[in-house]
Structure formats: structure tokens, C-alpha cells
Design a protein around this ligand. Structure first.
Ligand SMILES: Nc1nc2c(ncn2[C@@H]2O[C@H](COP(=O)(O)OP(=O)(O)O)[C@@H](O)[C@H]2O)c(=O)[nH]1
Ligand SMILES: [Mg+2]
Length: 202
């Protein structure tokens, strides 16, 4: 089964996207395989509301492991199977907490092996940010790496928030030629396009 990795900085909406995308595809429960950086793994079953409540949130680095969910994408002949893996948020700087550094290293390790890369950015934050570069250094490095590998797309998330449209325009100008899908993970907008993308990859 092909694997699709969802990566990006912390709090861009990766975990909410994976949960709501599973719901969009018809699941009311998800079985999450949780793989910790120390090699230990376990499986936990969540209802969709419970997953949203327990696994997402604005606290820095809520996700500190790999969380994989098996999805089935309706296709012309039957269904295609896909493993979608949520990851620890990447950073431009080195985190002082060793647990988070290990979790980020785990994410970077699987990034080299995965079939498909979904790279999420926060379009609303791009517009609001006062930094000199549009994206952080780590985002530019992911773009450089991922575009040379297999299927790759960028999800411009939080399109429901003010300034996100302007953020999307800046992103499109900054990364000409990249496949960018505007979405709202919260409101499940843009999911049809994401479904078409992942369906081509599995
Ligand atoms: N308004 C809005 N909030 C979002 C969206 N996606 C995620 N969030 C919120 O952003 C915060 C971080 O989301 P989370 O999925 O935990 O981010 P992660 O660190 O990338 O996994 C949570 O409070 C989410 O509810 C979105 O599309 N719109
Ligand atoms: Mg998360």
C-alpha cells in the first residue's frame, strides 16, 4: 500500500486535515497507528469528534510521533487503499526539548522513504507574518527536496480565515510551477481536489 506523508510546520493544521479528510471519505471512526520515535508503536481507535478533541489544538507540538490511518479512496473500479501519515511539526530552529527534536528527526527520516508528500502551510499566517521571507527556511528545504521525488503537492490551509486569499496569492507567486491546493481543513473545503490528487498517487 502506498504511503502519503503530511508534513509542515507546527499548527498549520496537519492533524485536523487527516481527521477531517478521513471523515470526508466516509469514516466515522479512525484506527490510528501511533509510532513513537523510540520504536514503540500502538493502535488506538477514535471516533472522529474524539480524535479532533484529543489530537488537534493550538498548543505547540501536540503531535510528537507518526500517526497513520488507512483510507479507502473510491475509484472507477472499486476502491484504492492509501496509508496517510500525520507527522510532528517541523521548525526553522532547533527545539530545546529533546523529545521534540527526536520526533522531528523521526519525521525527517520517513520523509526520505515515503511515496507521496503533502506539504501543508498556513495561508492566513503567510499574509499576517512580518518575516522577511514568505516561508520559513524549513519550508523552502521541503519544497526543494519534495519536488525532485515522487508526487508532491502543497496544501494552503486555513483559507476560511481573513488574509488567507492574499497569502495564497503570495505563495503562488513565490513558488511558480508548484501544485498548490487551497483548502480549509476546518470546513473540509478543497477536499475534492485533494482526493483527486491522492487518488492519482495510490
Ligand atoms: N480556522 C481554521 N483553523 C484551523 C484549520 N485547520 C486547523 N485549524 C486549527 O489550527 C490549530 C492547529 O491544528 P492542528 O491540526 O493541531 O495542527 P498541526 O500541528 O499542524 O497538526 C487547531 O486549533 C485547529 O483547529 C482551518 O482550516 N481553519
Ligand atoms: Mg498535529
Amino acid at each position: 500500500m502506498k504511503e502519503c506523508l503530511v508534513i509542515g510546520k507546527a499548527n498549520v493544521g496537519k492533524t485536523l486535515f487527516v481527521i477531517n479528510f478521513a471523515e470526508y471519505l466516509g469514516l466515522d471512526h479512525i484506527e490510528v497507528k501511533i509510532s513513537f520515535p523510540n520504536g514503540f508503536s500502538t493502535v488506538k481507535c477514535y471516533s472522529i469528534p474524539q480524535a479532533r478533541k484529543e489530537l488537534t489544538g493550538l498548543g505547540a507540538h501536540k503531535t510528537r510521533c507518526l500517526q497513520s490511518v488507512h483510507l479507502e479512496i473510491p475509484a472507477r473500479k472499486g476502491r484504492k487503499k492509501l496509508k496517510i501519515t500525520d507527522t510532528t511539526g517541523l521548525m526553522d530552529t532547533i527545539h530545546q526539548d529533546v523529545e521534540i527534536r527526536r520526533a522531528i528527526a523521526q519525521t525527517l527520516n520517513v520523509l526520505r522513504q515515503t511515496d507521496t508528500i503533502i506539504h501543508m502551510v498556513d495561508a492566513h499566517n503567510l499574509y499576517m507574518s512580518e518575516a522577511s521571507a514568505l516561508l520559513g527556511e524549513i519550508d523552502y528545504q521541503v519544497v526543494q527536496f519534495a519536488q525532485m521525488r515522487g508526487p508532491y503537492c502543497i496544501l494552503a490551509n486555513k483559507m476560511d480565515l481573513p488574509g488567507a486569499r492574499e497569502g495564497l496569492q503570495l505563495l503562488l507567486r513565490e513558488l511558480p510551477g508548484q501544485y498548490v491546493i487551497p483548502i480549509s481543513a476546518l470546513h473540509k473545503r478543497g477536499f475534492k481536489e485533494v482526493k483527486a490528487f491522492v487518488s492519482r498517487c495510490c
